[in-house]
Design a binder for this molecule. Sequence first.
Ligand code: NAI
Length: 699
Amino acid sequence: MTAHYQVHGDIAVITLDNPPVNGLGLSTRQGIAQGMEQALADAAVVAIVLTGAGKAFSGGADIREFGSPKAMQEPNLNSVIQVLEKSTKPVVAAIHSVAMGGGLELALGCHYRVAAPGASIALPEVKLGLLPGAGGTQRLPRVLGVEPALNMIVSGEAIKSEMLAMLPGQKLFDKISASPATLADEVLAFARSVAAIRPLPLVRNLPCKHPLGDAYFQFARNMVGGMSKNYPAPLKCVDAVEAATKGKFEAGMAKEREIFINLMWTSESRALRHLFLGERAASKIPDVPADTPLRDIKSVAIIGAGTMGGGIAMNFLNAGVPVKMLEMKQEALDRGLATIRGNYEAQVKKGKLKQAKYDERMALLSTTLSYDDLSGTDMVIEAVFEEIGVKEAVFKELDRVMKPGAILASNTSTLDVNKIASFTKRPQDVVGLHFFSPANVMKLLEVVRGEKTAKDVMATVMAVAKKIRKTAVVSGVCDGFIGNRMIEQYGRQGGFLLDEGCTPEQVDKAMEKFGMAMGPFRMGDLAGNDIGWAIRKRRATERANMKYSKTADLLCEKGRFGQKTGAGWYDYKPGKRDAIPNAEVVKMIEDYRAAQGITPRKISDEEIVQRLVFALVNEAAHILEEGIANKASDIDICYIFGYGFPPYRGGPMLYADEVGLFNVVQAMHRFAQNPLDDAEFWKPAPLLAKLAAEGKTFN
Ligand code: NAI
C-alpha cells in the first residue's frame, strides 16, 4: 500500500507515500480509503489529516497507470473524494509543496486545506489535451472565484499557495503556515481546533456565479479560442466551468465527465500524452541502468566561441556551471563574449533577466587561448569548424591536457563520432552532444553514442542535459544522426515537388497549414542554404546514385544563402524575418523544369504533406531498424523539440500510426509510380512493411 496510517493523539494522519510525487495510483487510492475507514472506526480519533511524504502532497494521476485499466479501477479518484466528503469527522489536507491535478482535486474534496508558503498549485490537465476529471472544474471555481479558477484551468500553470491565499474571498486555503517546517504541527493544531464544528464544510455546497454571467463566458471563449487553435481542450474547459455556474453540482460533475471522456478520444490529447510519456522515456537508455554512478560535472570547457559555442556556453551559465571558452585568437574570443553579453543584455532590457542574475552568470564565464588552462575542467564540448582535420587537431590537444575521466564531447552535426573518438586514447570518454541552433533556445539535444562510449558517460550526459533543461534523445552514429538524416529525405521531396510544379511558397504554406513551425524552404533560409550545399558536395561521391533536384544548388550558385544574405528561396528585408516570395527564384525553378523537359502539374496540399511527412517516416523506420534510435517515441520527441513538428500531431511516428501504417505504405506504393520521384526510396523500410502487414503501429 502506498499510503500510511498513523495516529497522533486524537488526530489520524494518512500519508501518501508513492514516490516520486505521490501519484494517485490504485494502491495509493486504496491506502487513502482504508485509512479513512480506520479513522472513522476509531472513537478516539476526532479529525483526520491527509498529507504527502517526500517532495509533494500529490502530483496527480500516476503516469505509470496512464491508459491502463488500473487508472479507472475502484476506488477511482472520484470515489476516494466521495469517501472524504462523506466523512463524519473533519478531513484536513496538509499541502507542504506540490498539489497538482488529481492531487489538488483530492485536497478540494477535504473539508479544510492548510498549505505551506511556496507550495505549487495547479490543474495542468489541459497540457495533456484534457481537463481535470475529478471535479476540479466544479470545485476550484467555488473556492477561488470563476475567473481566477478558469485562468488556472485553461493555462495549466502552477501558482504559489501564498499568492492564491491573497485572492479576495478565496476559500481554497483555510490557513497558510508560517513556514514549510512548521506545517505539520500547525495542521495538527488546526485539525483539533475544527474537530467539533458541524456541519462539516464542503466545497460542493459553496455558491458559484460570475457577476457578468453569460457575457463573461462569451468573452472567455473569444480569448481562449483565439489562443488555442488546433487544441480543443482549452475551450472545453470554459464549457465545464460555465456548467459549474449554471445548475446543480452533480449536473456540473456529469458535464465535466462527459467532456473528459470526449477529450480522451481526441487525436490531440493522444498526441500530447504520447509526448509527455515520450519525453520521460527518452531519458532512459535500455542498457544503462538507472542507478549507474555519475561522473561529477562541476565545470565545463567549450572549444570555439562561434554561433554554437556561445549558445552552448549560455546553457551552462544559466544553470550556474562555470564555463571556460577557448579560441585560437583573442579577436574570436572577444567576438564570442560580445555575442553572449548582447544576448543577456537584450533579456535584461526586456525585463526577462535581473541585472544581478546577469552579473552572476557573466562572473562564471572565463576565456583562454591555451589548452593547458583546461586541465581542471570536468567536461569539454567542442564546437569548432565542421572539418574532420580541425576536429582531429582539437581532440588530440584535449587528449593531451584533459584530466583522466573528463568527458570529451563534440557538437558535430554530421561527422563520425567514432572517428573523432579514435583521435584520442580514451574513446570511452568521447560522446556527441548535438545542440540545435540557437543553442540557448532550442530544447532538443541529440546525444550521440559512439561504439565505445562508456555507459557512465551516457548516464552523466543525460543528467547534464536535464540540468541545462534540454530534452535529450540518444542517437547511434550515422550520417546526420536521427534528425538530420531524416531531414535529408524531407528536403529531397521538397526539391522534387519544385521540379514537378510547386513553388517554394506553396510547399511551405501546405506544411505550415499541417502545423509545422516553418515549411522546408523557410527553414532552409533560416539555417543557411549553404550548409546543405556543403554537405551535398561532401557526399557527392557516396550519393552519386541518389536522385536530387538541382534547384537548391542553383539557388546557392546565385549566392542566395538565406536570411543571412537577405536572399534565399525568399527575400528578406534587413532585420526582418518575413519571407517575401521572389519572382526570380520562381523563374529559376521554371527554367530548370523546362530544361529537364518536365511539364508542370497542379499538386494538392495533401500530396505535399504526405510526401514530406512519409519521407520522414520511411527514413525513421530504417533508423529504428538499424538501432540508431532506441524507440519510435524518441524520434517523435526529436522532431517536436528540434524541427518544429506540431505537438498536437505527436511527431511523425505517432502521426503515421494515426493515419494507419497500411495507408502509409499504400501511399508510398503510389509515390513510387511517379517517374519524377525516387522509386527506390519509396520501397517501404522492412520494419514499416512488417508492421503494416501485421496491422501494428510504431508506438
Ligand atoms: P562557427 O563558424 O560559428 O564557429 C566556429 C568557431 O570555432 C569559430 O569562432 C572559430 O574561430 C573557432 N575555431 C575554429 N577552429 C578552432 C580551433 N582549432 N580551436 C579553437 N577554436 C576554433 O560555427 P558553428 O556554426 O558554431 O558550428 C560549430 C560546430 O557546431 C560545427 O561542428 C557544426 O557542424 C556544429 N553545429 C552547427 C549548427 C548550426 O546551426 N550552426 C547546429 C548544430 C551543430
